[in-house]
Design a protein around this ligand. Sequence first.
Ligand code: ATP
Ligand code: MG
Length: 396
Amino acid sequence: MDLIYANDPLEGLYDQVLVRYGEIGLKGKNRHVFEDRLVRNMQKALAGLPPRKINRTFGRMFVPLDGDAREVLPRLQRVFGIVSLSPVVTVGRDLDEIKEWALKLAHGHGGSFRVDVRRADKSFPQSSIEMDRLLGAHLLKEYPHLHVDLEHPELTVSVEIRPEGTYMYSRTWPGPGGLPLGSSGRGILLLSGGIDSPVAGWMMMKRGLELMPLHFHSPPFTSERSKEKVLDLCRVLASYAGSISLHLCHFTEVQKAIHRECPADLGVIIMRRMMMRIAAQTAFAKGALALVTGESLGQVASQTIESISVISQASPLPILRPLVGMDKDKIVDQARLIGTYETSILPFDDCCTLFVPRHPQTRPQLSQVEKAEEPLAIAELVQEAVDKTEVIEIGG
Ligand code: ATP
Ligand code: MG
């Protein structure tokens, strides 16, 4: 299955997209709420194109096309909750018409194929199996260079015969899967300019969490360019989310205070704990119930289990770390797939790289860190940073 919709010579002929969604079909009573949200999110993704009504039937949805498969499919491929998409032609019940379309759907194909007929309309004269054979034989007769492979065909010509019409398709594109964005509430994503945190954010959005990214910058020590980079990362995230509110937190005073008042070897841990406090306070103000970071166990000194434990205890809210068990190369693969990698690897100056001690503590203890934090006016620093946070709306 190709990943991104492209190069389909039939694209002008399709009249609908069949949308399959997975898990949300399993949610019992909540099912309607999830489906409503999925429809809303799909409509949002299609904003700017001619309006259309999305139809729901039998645990799937149909999006009408107006010769614009090329516009619609790539947008729907970014809607969380969608498992896969097939552009379809809707034809009648006439056998000759179905046979003719089967030929069109297999046109230009050179290898193995199978036919997969589902007859939901029992008044249709032939059974599914009869139709499989009939259409298979027709294809072989017209295209003798093809051969049948029922197990691993390169092409499947699918036919669904329903009372309201016969749907035919031969191509299926993956969606991101997961749950509709917003169906799991709201969280704050601690977004750096690195590789990991955009991936972490994407993974939680895929689980339905609406995210507000929060970025800490420390001008004049961090540059305007590193801020631009974070804006670019948000644009990529917004291409999945519709729109996103980036929170930019002015962190310079906090960092200076840590540098001035606290032991250097605990500086990074204390800085992270300050980030968590600021993020949690922002979350309370915005109705968010969790924080999200790109931490992965053991990746750097501040991500040992001791550090993660001490950092976590600064936050009254749960910290979700979707990358915690992932190896770096897998995170990089994912970053490439979602489109953040090229931006993430641009050189930049992160506030985290300021004042980094030569020998950071890798096994900090809570009591030791709390003692080291005593000289800080924590509540005031947090409040001041929250007050100075700037919000930038980024469209999808
Ligand atoms: P990343 O690729 O996300 O920068 P990293 O491996 O470089 O991750 P660290 O620099 O140790 O990890 O940061 C750990 C996590 O802390 C990041 O994934 C991110 O969630 C958060 N974080 C780090 N720096 C910032 C920042 N300047 N603003 C907001 N969050 C940050
Ligand atoms: Mg980083």
